[in-house]
Every structure is written in structure tokens, then in C-alpha cells.
Design a protein around this ligand. Structure first.
Ligand SMILES: *Cc1c(COP(=O)(O)O)cnc(C)c1O
Length: 465
């Protein structure tokens, strides 16, 4: 008896008329069920050739229904951020305010006056929707928004400094998230990097030397968002650079990275850079991200003197890096909220998370810990621990936000298997492991998130961790 083992493979039409897959056809497109069946049968064929047995047809049908379901789900999906890192770059940075999300939906589902002037019945500018808001919120003369801050820096250098020497402190030649490196972005823009000073100390006289020798025709200050130089350091403040730039009639450009529009938004982080302050200190052009401390959509925001912003708007790259209508809708709604600093601290998730009072976090951690203890059952130990949240997004790396978390310190599968169980939940839950415990920081959780976490915890009882 040496029958061909491939004969034991179920036929495609038999498989597709299995009751499980007939039921699946009520909720999933037939084409995707067929695609999943073909894929799974091919896998089984290969493993059978290698000596494996053919799985029972009921098992195959179940696997195919699950695979077809997965084909229907978008790969990009909601996750629950229990890490306490507010601007988590891997998790999409800033969650939008409800009003901003509504504005996106409205702009997405229909037509809009994106580039149409309704008063004069003629072509309008997409910049007009945010420019006056940005100016009135920061005191800037002019403003524009582009795709992201990397694009803003690139456009600023291309339009204002191509072919010119640009003085940058050696301590500010930063790399942000792998591909964005100041020396490389400068080279790509055509600006000529003139490094001044040293890694730890750059004085006003260092900048002055390259201005006097005419090696530099612009100054650039880059906020060292994701690291700090400590110890014997000396940095030239923006206001001093502004004096130098004015004396030599060169523009002072500033990449703020992550900042608030004005200090009123973030009483919890008084050291957060502010765009209004940088302009008041004399920067000619500043740029920063929309989805970091500002709490809006991905965008690069540029503020400054009208002559420079106009030159940036006119540059051919402006079209290449322009902001899309969905982000623009979200940005305008976010800026409208920021006109009322008190209201914005409630309405913008980033601001409310960063400003969350420790008492409030403690109460929420206690509630979550009690719920988790109940849902997980007596085999687990859950308690409330103090923890340090982070701003994230490469912003303010040394700033620790005192808060509280629900900590699962002991029990079956703690911490690794329980972490994996939460991560594989229908709505994936991402938490931190620290010293053998699983930590769920409540700072970055909504009430609905907490309820979903309890559902995931209840499901632990049905599995074997
Ligand atoms: C984050 C950051 C950038 C890049 O901004 P994106 O919005 O991610 O493109 C550039 N410069 C600095 C200083 C930053 O912190």
C-alpha cells in the first residue's frame, strides 16, 4: 500500500460547501473565502509532501474561515496604549480631539472649499484655513502647514538657504527616528552646513565668526528633542542668536520639533518649548510637528516673517510636501479648540493626558486594579504602583510624568504570556513589563479602553497561560 498521500486532501468544492464555510459566506465575501481556502490547501499540500498528515476537514474549515476573516480586517487598526507614553511614535503619536476627528469625517465624505474662495467665487488657497488662526494664536506674521515637520524643515532650507552657508551648533546635529538627520536633510536641500562650536559648548562668538567670514548666510537652531547634553555645557539662547542674525541681516531659522503654541496649554510641563516664545525671542521662521505636543494631526507647521513664508509658499517643493485635506481639517479644528486654553486642556487628549493630576491617575489606577483583580481571579496578584509616564515622540526625554499604574505582579503567565495575551486581544492592548510585573499605565487610557482591558482579562480564565 503506497497510496499517494495527497489523495487525502479534501477537494476545493467539498471544502467550500462545509457547513462552517457556508455559514461564513453570510458575513464574508465568497471571493475571500475561496482565496483563503486556496492558500490553506496549498500550505497543507506542501506539509503533506514533507510527510505531515492531512488535518481533519472540520479543522481546515475553521482555519479557512478565520483566515478569510483576517483578509477582511484592515491591517492598520485601533490599539490600546497602556504604556503611559503619550506621544508614542509607533502607536500613531497624538490621538485627535473628538471635534478634530469629526472635521476629518466631514471633509472626507464630501466636497469642501479646500481651495475655493466662497466670498469671491474664485480659486482660494488651502493655507487660508489655518493661517490666520496660527497667527492669532502665536503672534506670527504669516504661517503655512505642510505634510510633516521633516517636510517643513526641508522646504524651509530649500526655499531660504539653498546654496547658502547655514551655521548650526555641533551639539544640535540631531537624528530623529532613523532617517531624519540634520546634516543629511541639509545636504538634500542644497544648504551648506557650517558646523560651529563643539558638542557640549557653542557660544555666540562661534556663530559670529562664520558670519563675519561670510561662510554662513543663515543661522539654524535645532531643538535637541530626543536627547540632552548635561554636565559642562553652554548653549547660545535664541534671543542672543536673534541679535546676531539681525546685526548681520541673515535669517534665523528654528526647528522646534515638538512644541506648544503658547505656554498656557501645558501647565504640567512649564519647560515645554513654545512657538510664541521662539518668535518673541526673535526667530524669523520656526517649524514644528502638528502631532507632537500640539496634539493635532500629522503636519508640519511653519510660522514667521511674511517675506520668508511667502518664499516657502512659492517654492516648487511646496506642492510636493503639501498638507492633505483630511489633516488640514483636523488641524483647523485643533487650532479652533486651542483658542480657549482651559477648554483645550479638556478637549485635546494629549493635553489632558499630560496635565492629568496625580490624584486623578491614582483613583483610576485603583479602579482598574480592582477590576483586573476581579476579572483575572484569585490566581493573580494585582496592585497599584507609582510609575513614570513619558511625553514620547522624541519630546522632552528627561521629563518624567509622575503617575500610577495597575500592576499584575504575580500569577500564571506573568509577565510574558499575559503581555502576549493582551497584545493578541481583539483590540490589541500594549503594556509594559518592568521587573517581572505587567504594568498598565492609566494616563494613556480612556474609560472605554479600561472596559476593554477588563474584557481581555476575563478571557484569560478560558485560556491556559
Ligand atoms: C520630530 C522632529 C522632526 C520631525 O518631525 P515629523 O513631524 O516627525 O516629520 C524634526 N525635527 C525635530 C527637532 C523633531 O523633534
Amino acid at each position: 500500500m503506497c497510496e499517494n498521500p495527497l489523495r487525502a486532501l479534501p477537494k476545493m468544492d467539498v471544502l467550500l460547501s462545509h457547513p462552517t464555510l457556508l455559514a461564513a459566506r453570510k458575513v464574508l465575501p465568497y471571493a475571500l473565502i475561496r482565496q483563503a481556502a486556496r492558500g490553506r490547501l496549498e500550505e497543507v499540500r506542501r506539509s503533506v509532501v514533507n510527510g505531515a498528515a492531512v488535518p481533519p476537514v472540520d479543522v481546515l474549515a475553521g482555519e479557512i474561515a478565520a483566515a478569510a476573516g483576517a483578509l477582511c480586517r484592515p491591517g492598520l487598526r485601533k490599539v490600546i496604549n497602556a504604556t503611559g507614553v503619550v506621544l508614542h511614535t509607533n502607536l500613531g503619536r497624538a490621538p485627535l480631539a473628538h471635534r478634530a476627528a469629526e472635521a476629518v469625517r466631514e471633509a472626507a465624505e464630501g466636497y469642501s472649499n479646500l481651495e475655493y474662495d466662497l466670498d469671491n467665487a474664485c480659486r482660494g488657497s488651502r493655507h487660508s484655513h489655518v493661517e490666520s488662526l496660527l497667527c492669532s494664536l502665536t503672534g506670527a506674521e504669516a504661517a503655512m502647514a505642510v505634510n510633516n515637520n521633516a517636510a517643513a524643515v526641508f522646504l524651509m532650507l530649500s526655499a531660504l538657504a539653498a546654496g547658502k552657508g547655514v551655521a548650526v551648533s555641533r551639539g544640535e546635529l540631531v537624528e530623529i527616528g532613523g532617517a531624519f538627520r540634520v546634516p543629511e536633510i541639509m545636504a538634500a536641500s542644497g544648504a551648506l552646513l557650517r558646523e560651529v562650536g563643539t558638542t557640549n559648548k557653542t557660544r555666540s562668538s562661534d556663530y559670529e565668526r562664520v558670519l563675519l567670514s561670510q561662510e554662513a548666510q543663515a543661522l539654524l537652531k535645532v531643538h535637541t528633542s530626543n536627547y540632552q547634553i548635561v554636565g559642562f555645557t553652554e548653549d547660545t539662547p535664541l534671543s542672543q542668536l536673534a541679535g546676531l542674525a539681525a546685526a548681520h541681516s541673515v535669517p534665523l531659522l528654528c526647528d522646534l520639533g515638538s512644541c506648544v503654541l503658547s505656554s498656557q496649554s501645558l501647565p504640567a510641563l512649564p519647560a515645554a518649548p513654545s512657538a510664541a516664545a521662539a518668535l518673541a525671542d526673535g526667530a524669523d521662521v520656526v517649524c514644528f510637528s502638528g502631532d507632537k505636543l500640539l496634539g493635532g494631526p500629522q503636519a508640519g507647521i511653519v510660522l514667521g516673517k511674511k517675506q520668508y513664508i511667502d518664499a516657502m509658499k512659492r517654492h516648487p517643493l511646496a506642492r510636493v510636501v503639501r498638507i492633505d485635506k483630511l489633516s488640514l481639517a483636523a488641524l483647523e479644528a485643533t487650532l479652533l479648540l486651542l483658542r480657549d486654553p482651559e477648554g483645550a486642556r479638556e478637549a485635546l487628549p494629549v493635553l489632558s493626558m499630560l496635565n492629568a493630576p496625580p490624584d486623578d491617575l491614582h483613583r483610576r489606577a485603583e479602579e482598574l486594579a480592582a477590576g483586573l483583580g476581579h476579572a483575572l481571579g484569585t490566581a493573580y496578584t494585582v496592585s497599584v504602583l507609582p510609575c513614570a509616564g513619558q511625553v514620547g515622540g522624541g519630546s522632552m526625554p528627561n521629563e518624567e510624568l509622575p503617575g500610577f499604574c495597575a500592576a499584575v505582579t504575580d500569577g500564571p503567565g506573568v509577565p510574558e504570556d499575559l503581555e502576549a495575551h493582551f497584545r493578541r486581544h481583539a483590540v490589541p492592548i500594549l503594556c509594559r513589563i518592568h521587573r517581572g510585573a505587567l504594568l498598565l499605565d492609566v494616563r494613556t487610557l480612556t474609560e472605554e479602553d479600561a472596559a476593554e482591558i477588563l474584557r481581555a482579562a476575563e478571557a484569560v480564565r478560558g485560556t491556559r497561560l
